[in-house]
Design a protein around this ligand. Structure first.
Ligand code: AHG
Ligand code: MN
Ligand code: MN
Length: 332
């Protein structure tokens, strides 16, 4: 990668050659459309109550979750932002039951979690947008839900934009991870980090501890050993964080290492987990793997899972490689 710090996103797309090949013009267009929409969203998120953005929308989504106003606004704006994109065949969103075919003649498929961290909107804590791009296997056939059901390995790009103290994007095109921060005066995303790497070892983990009594034994063992610190088998003290916005928690893992877990638990044993494979787990796993980390559901690598439904949920454990290896051993 030859781009230097402060390269803007458009310049980056034109100049970078992931795995030695230029980024196809259609993919560049699509990425720019997504990222420009996120820039607009970032400005709006920063206004919050001043423009009536906070609070519940009073509706529910296909996941059975109460929608916030911003869930719907972000979803509509992303749809509007990409619908003219000629390289796009269709899109799917966490907030919509069915995929939407787009007028374009191209074969890219866009999946997104328009607003991640909904419970944090009204309390002014970091939230974000997560996206994943696939290629339709049969470009000539009419769009069907099954076109989207490809394993994470098929992703050609994935990323997120976190709306925090800074608005920062992480992106992978399958050749490492880069980060950009939004200059809010010019609305340009500028490169701040190339070759993002996650250290293989860590002393920090993230999990919602209030679910502890419901966890499966391997997760409980792992966390109990972390909590025992220098008095236990790990022989080192761990720190814990839980932001409850996956974007912000994963951003921390990409920035300084760590483990993030939202495991399957016994609250609702039939439910595979809380997080969504297509909109959250796959794109984040792609980023984490590309940064040298690992991502599993306990026993299997998330990126290798064959999806069976657009809104499928999955158990997620990702981050520093040595810790994910340990979690995998405890599950075997
Ligand atoms: P979303 O806002 O898109 O529904 O996702 C929220 C997810 C994820 O971002 C976060 O890690 C998790 O839910 C938090 O869940 P808890 O409130 O159960 O901790
Ligand atoms: Mn989410
Ligand atoms: Mn969401």
């Amino acid at each position: 990668m030859s781009s230097s710090i402060n390269t803007n996103f458009k310049q980056y797309l034109v100049s970078t050659k992931p795995k030695g090949a230029a980024i196809p013009a259609g993919l560049q267009d699509l990425l720019l459309a997504v990222v420009n929409t996120c820039s607009t969203l970032s400005h709006e998120v920063a206004q919050g109550a001043l423009i009536g953005l906070l609070g519940s929308a009073g509706s529910g989504n296909v996941q059975g979750e109460v929608q916030q106003k911003l869930d719907i606004i972000a979803n509509d704006q992303l749809m509007d932002g990409v619908k003219e994109c000629k390289s796009l065949a269709g899109l799917a969103s966490e907030e919509m039951e069915l995929p939407v075919a787009v007028q374009g003649t191209g074969d890219y498929l866009l999946l997104f979690d328009p607003l991640d961290g909904s419970s944090n909107i009204d309390v002014n804590v970091s939230i974000g947008t997560i996206f994943s791009i696939l290629k339709k296997q049969d470009p000539s056939a009419p769009l069907q839900t099954s076109d989207f059901l490809l394993s994470g390995r098929h992703q050609v790009a994935a990323g997120y934009v976190v709306y925090g103290p800074q608005t920062t994007m992480a992106l992978t095109l399958g050749d490492g991870v880069v980060m950009f921060t939004l200059n809010k005066e010019t609305s340009e995303f500028l490169l701040i980090k190339d070759a993002v790497t996650i250290s293989p070892s860590t002393k920090e983990f993230a999990i919602n501890m209030s679910n502890m009594r419901h966890w499966a034994d391997p997760v409980r063992r792992y966390v109990e050993e972390c909590l025992a610190g220098t008095t236990g088998v790990r022989d080192k003290d761990f720190n814990m964080r839980w932001i409850a916005s996956m974007v912000a928690d994963v951003h921390r893992v990409l920035s300084r290492g760590g483990v993030f877990m939202y495991p399957w638990d016994k609250r609702d044993p039939k439910k595979a987990g809380k997080l969504r494979l297509m909109y959250e787990a796959n794109p984040m796993s792609f980023l984490v793997e590309q940064a040298g980390g690992a991502s599993i559901n306990g026993t299997q690598t998330i990126m290798d899972l064959q999806p069976t439904g657009l809104h499928e949920r999955v158990s997620v454990m990702l981050g520093s490689k040595e810790e994910i290896e340990r979690l995998k051993q405890y599950h075997s």
